[in-house]
Design a protein around this ligand. Structure first.
Ligand SMILES: [Zn+2]
Length: 277
């Protein structure tokens, strides 16, 4: 992971950093590793941020685990919630979408878009320079293939290990675990006795990502190294994609003021569709 951080110049010796901690194995392990590395850099300020989406019988436990890990490590922990930011919990949003007969989007679609916005707000309020997310090699390759399956290959140009800063309101995201296979993260967590949430999200089964994960895991099992090959192939073609993808000019969303390409940002579009904007 240290190699990845220096290869992509992800973090600097004077950075203020927020780690997005869900309570799951990847994010909690990343927090432990960064807290350890941070000791060698006295000017670095490290904190953790958690978004409570409002998922019954799941998020409460994860939140406790995130808090407990932060307490042990002496890391400041900030929390925000969908309820606080959008007025509704994810469970309520899923229920609303069902009642309105909106079958086009899965719970993961709502959660992904709203969580991204919530995390950015949390990081911006904390005044940090970098928002560190715990996407592993598995997550990254799944996302790459998902973009292709969704027919949105130009997203591959933007979804990099270190995201470009395209607007002052968007905190730069970096992914130090992007070249670490998930099984190595789990192994590290077990060896170090790190406590994390082991149950999966009750909504996870609904996502297309699940099918892609199963396919990639089968490939990796039969042909070891597949995940790295996919990752490096995309790295190779990304400069060509970046040259092809037009630079977009961001405007302020007319409802919330956050940066967006259109008139309304994706989150506000979703909330409007649900009748709760
Ligand atoms: Zn908006």
């Amino acid at each position: 992971m240290r190699k990845t951080i220096s290869k992509y110049e992800m973090l600097g010796p004077r950075d203020r950093i927020m780690v997005a901690v869900s309570g799951g194995k990847d994010s909690v392990t990343l927090l432990h590793i960064l807290a350890k590395i941070e000791k060698a850099f006295p000017d670095v300020v490290l904190c953790a941020g958690t978004v409570d989406e409002g998922i019954r019988d799941y998020r409460d436990e994860a939140l406790k685990i995130a808090e407990e890990n932060c307490r042990k490590l002496g890391v400041e922990h900030r929390v925000t919630s969908f309820k606080e930011l959008f007025g509704y919990e994810l469970d309520e949003i899923v229920e609303l979408a069902r009642n309105k007969g909106l079958s086009g989007l899965t719970p993961c679609s709502y959660c992904g878009v709203l969580r991204r916005k919530a995390l950015n707000s949390l990081a911006r309020e904390a005044g940090v320079d970098k928002l560190v997310v715990a996407h592993s090699l598995d997550d990254e390759t799944q996302t790459m293939l998902l973009n292709i399956v969704h027919g949105d290959p130009l997203r591959l140009a933007r979804s990099k290990p270190v995201l470009d800063v395209i607007h002052p309101k968007l905190v730069q995201r970096v992914k130090p675990l992007c070249m670490v296979p998930e099984k190595e993260v789990v192994l590290y967590a077990y060896l170090k006795g790190i406590e994390f949430q082991s149950i999966t999200c009750p909504y996870a089964q609904t996502a297309l990502r699940n099918d892609i994960r199963t396919m990639l895991n089968r490939m990796e099992h039969k042909h070891a190294g597949t995940l790295f090959t996919v990752f490096h192939s995309i790295e190779k073609i990304r400069p060509a994609l970046e040259a092809y993808a037009k630079e977009v000019e961001l405007k302020d969303c007319r409802a919330c003021g956050e940066p967006t390409v259109g008139d309304l940002c994706r989150s506000c579009q979703m909330l409007e569709q649900l009748g709760i904007l």
